[in-house]
Design a binder for this molecule. Structure first.
Ligand code: TPP
Ligand code: MG
Length: 482
């Protein structure tokens, strides 16, 4: 597990509430500011995961216009970067420069524009060509086209935006030292979570590693519960006692900090599905770094032997901490590494590709053929964790290229707009609603009280097991309630 920061190195957080600073700079700007900040950071040693004050400089005061506090070179850098975006992907430049909260009159105008077009004006569904999936030990693969309904498109857009904005808010709260400890962000990888969920149902099961905020949302958690968990408050999804890496919902088994350890646990869940004969399956996710772990190969073996309904999904975001896949893996063809297990290599930045591949994989499992392996080729925009600026082991050009050419949200937005499946105003309205949801959640997450000490030993068992910490609590006897 990542090594933890020593308490003495950082000042104490406010115990209960911390003010949310209203900001006039947009979150899109924050995102960009942060990228600029990250890119301008000095070289860091590889594979360090210790948050320090130095690595987490205090957030600039965002209550004032952020432009005033930016140095000339930074400004030049920003406008240069924006130009790059503008040239290569106008719609991304749009989202980076025009994502400020709209004043009320403009919001009303946007609503009017959106509502002045009836549903009949929009294309209800469209079929898109999608990238061919590479196959391993399979005669046939997922289709080369995907049909998207307008309703699905709007839903995927909203969910991906919510994940993106939630992560950007988490970044901000972390830098303000309101979120503490481990925190691994998922922005850039949104199409994986949303595409996977589009190919299975919530009755199926899912388990992942520590980069778990997005899945907590897609599995039914609310932004409020997630944000409050990040700040360690009572209303958090694990009652404020789990934090970033330990979030759970129905049929979602976390949030696991030990690299690779969730994969055999997922096989256990799949074994239960098979045993119960309920036609459900388990998706067991891991990273390219985890893919080299021995326990994963043991799990491949048992799952294949017992024909378990499990989809192994390797989210290949190109790096394990500061180590690129080329430096860590003798074979970077992760979709073939199950050997006797059929595999698919999928564009993990395209929500439709991921959805179609997941549907294919789910059909494979449900038909009793046993496990299947999917490699999703994706990218994380942030560093490994909050202590990693993410630029000492990859170039700024690399990050910018992915952001400008393969951003999952922009790709979907493009498809919907160019096929008249939604209007720009309508998508803007979604952005505004998402922004508001995140702000409300952050407000809650900074004002909700922390869990009481009396609750320290509660919620350990699912039922009402008696629980006592022997000798550890000389002043009080702690009891467990569920
Ligand atoms: C068993 C174990 N070894 C090492 C670590 C330290 N560690 C935390 S994350 C990580 C890299 C994992 O990379 P990857 O599987 O690609 O996932 P990603 O962070 O890219 O999502 C390592 C080595 C750990 N948590 N557990
Ligand atoms: Mg990785």
């Amino acid at each position: 597990m990542d090594s933890q920061v020593s308490e003495s190195t950082l000042p104490e957080p406010p115990i209960t509430s911390a003010p949310i600073i209203a900001h006039s700079s947009t979150e899109a700007e924050m995102d960009f500011d942060q990228l600029t900040l990250e890119l301008s950071s000095p070289e860091r040693p590889l594979n360090t995961d210790q948050p320090t004050q130095e690595l987490n400089p205090p957030e600039p005061d965002i209550s004032t216009n952020s432009n005033t506090s930016i140095s000339e070179p930074q400004l030049a850098e920003r406008s240069q970067n924006t130009d790059i975006m503008l040239l290569s992907r106008p719609e991304i430049a749009l989202s980076l420069t025009e994502d400020a909260p709209l004043p009320e009159p403009q919001l009303a105008a946007a609503s009017m524009v959106a509502s002045s077009r009836s549903y009949a004006d929009f294309t209800p569904e469209a079929t898109f060509d999608i990238k061919k999936v590479d196959l391993h030990r399979l005669e046939e693969g997922p289709p080369l086209t995907a049909t998207l309904t307008r309703e699905e498109g709007l839903k995927y857009y909203r969910t991906m935006q919510t994940i993106r904005r939630m992560e950007l808010k988490a970044d901000q709260l972390y830098k303000q030292k309101i979120i503490r400890g481990f925190c691994h962000l998922y922005d850039g990888q949104e199409a994986c979570a949303v595409g996977i969920e589009g190919g299975i149902t919530l009755s199926d099961h899912l388990i992942t590693a520590y980069r778990a905020h997005g899945y907590t949302l897609t599995r039914g958690g609310t932004v409020r519960e997630i944000m409050a968990e990040l700040t360690g408050r009572r209303g958090g999804i694990a009652k404020g006692k789990g934090g970033s890496m330990h979030m759970y919902t129905k049929n979602f088994y976390g949030g696991n900090g030990i690299v690779g350890a969730q994969v055999p646990l997922g096989a256990g869940v799949a074994l239960a599905c098979k045993y119960l004969g309920n036609d459900q399956l388990c998706v067991s996710l891991y990273g390219d770094g985890a893919a080299n772990q021995g326990q994963i190969f043991e799990t491949y073996n048992m799952s294949s032997l017992w024909k378990l309904p499990i989809i192994f999904i390797c989210e290949n975001n190109q790096y394990g901490m500061g180590t690129s896949v080329e430096r860590s893996s003798a074979s970077t063809e992760y979709y073939k590494r199950g050997d006797y297990i059929p595999g698919l290599r999928v564009d993990g930045m395209d929500v439709l590709c991921v959805r179609e591949a997941t549907k294919f994989a789910a059909d494979h499992c449900r038909s009793g053929k046993g496990p299947i392996l999917m490699e999703l080729q994706t990218y994380r925009y942030h560093g490994h964790s909050m202590s990693d600026p993410g630029v000492s082991y990859r170039t700024r050009e690399e990050i910018q290229e992915v952001r400008s050419k393969s951003d999952p949200i922009s790709m979907l937005k493009d498809r919907m707009l160019s096929n008249n499946m939604a209007s720009i105003e309508e998508l803007k309205e979604i952005d505004i609603a998402v922004r508001k949801e995140i702000e409300d959640a952050a407000q809650f997450a900074t004002t909700d009280p922390e869990p009481p000490l009396d609750d320290l030993c509660s919620h350990i068992f699912a039922n009402d097991q008696p629980f006592e910490v022997r000798g550890a609590t000389p002043w009080t006897k702690l009891t467990s309630t569920s």
